[in-house]
Design a binder for this molecule. Structure first.
Ligand code: DGL
Length: 260
């Protein structure tokens, strides 16, 4: 099965890594849309148009049968329309894991880090309201402008000051669970744990996304046998050291520039 996966940059590679660990017989075509990053401070209309363009390109060049939006921001802005536009294709995306956080939190105080587009999106707002009432939990949200850029540069150490400022209100509220509502933020999970100082649970959704892709692909006839290959493309710049750090010594990765 040919699978197209994209994000604004490196963040979605944690999703690719997760998928590549549980699947066989896939050809993965990943686009890091760095020419257009960050997505989080753009308008929904802008991101939707970009997602449609990327999807058309992946279908034309790589004949993809499944599309994974490895980006919470793109999912919030575009998944509904993409499913309408491409009804015969598997289309899945990622959303901040508020539900698993409610199950795991003991204090019922949950921090959420995401882009402002995701936090202000209707999808997030509706879910947050529903869970706050039905589960009697409090969510403490924080957008993180500038964080994606630092991660893309590979400046993980330089994220500490900005994260310390954003996490302080969560610390003061004694949140025991933090939802990583942007795929990039998984790459600074250790920094977040260090700053919080006490034990917290970090919630990310790449495993759930990989499981869902498995379910849908088996339903559509994928036999899950044979080689898995990953090709990574980028539209702007990419930090190859960061790519190597994410994949360690895992399988073949071909890097190339992509024109959309
Ligand atoms: N990694 C993305 C997400 O999950 C996008 C971040 C951005 O480009 O602002 O939301």
């Amino acid at each position: 099965m040919n699978v197209g996966i994209f994000d604004s940059g490196l963040g979605g590679l944690s999703v690719v890594r997760e998928i590549s660990q549980s699947f066989k017989g896939l050809e993965i075509f990943y686009i890091a849309d760095t020419a257009y990053a960050p997505y989080g401070d753009k308008s929904e209309e802008n991101i939707l148009a970009r997602c449609i363009k990327i999807t058309h390109s992946l279908i034309k060049k790589h004949k993809i049968e499944a599309l994974v939006l490895a980006c919470n921001t793109a999912t919030s802005a575009a998944i509904r329309e993409l499913r309408i536009l491409f009804p015969s294709m598997i289309v899945i995306g990622c959303e901040p894991g508020l539900k698993p956080a409610c199950l795991l939190s003991k204090s019922s105080k949950i921090g959420v880090l995401a882009t402002s587009l995701t936090l202000n999106g209707k999808k997030y707002q509706d879910l947050e309201k529903e869970l706050s009432l039905s589960k009697n939990v409090s969510f403490f949200e924080q957008a993180c402008p500038g964080l994606v850029e630092k991660i893309e540069e590979g400046n993980i150490n330089k994220t500490k000051d900005m994260l310390t400022k954003w996490l302080l209100p969560m610390k003061n509220k004694n949140v025991d669970t933090i939802v990583l509502g942007c795929t990039h933020y998984s790459l600074v999970g250790e920094v977040i744990k260090q700053i919080m100082q006490y034990k917290i649970t970090l919630i990310e959704t790449s495993k759930a996304l990989a499981n869902r892709l498995m379910e849908l692909s088996l339903e559509s006839g994928h036999i899950n046998e044979g080689l898995l290959t990953i090709e990574i493309f980028y539209t702007g710049k990419i930090n190859i050291n960061m790519v190597n750090m994410i994949f360690k010594k895992q399988e073949k990765i071909i890097l190339g520039k992509y024109e959309i």
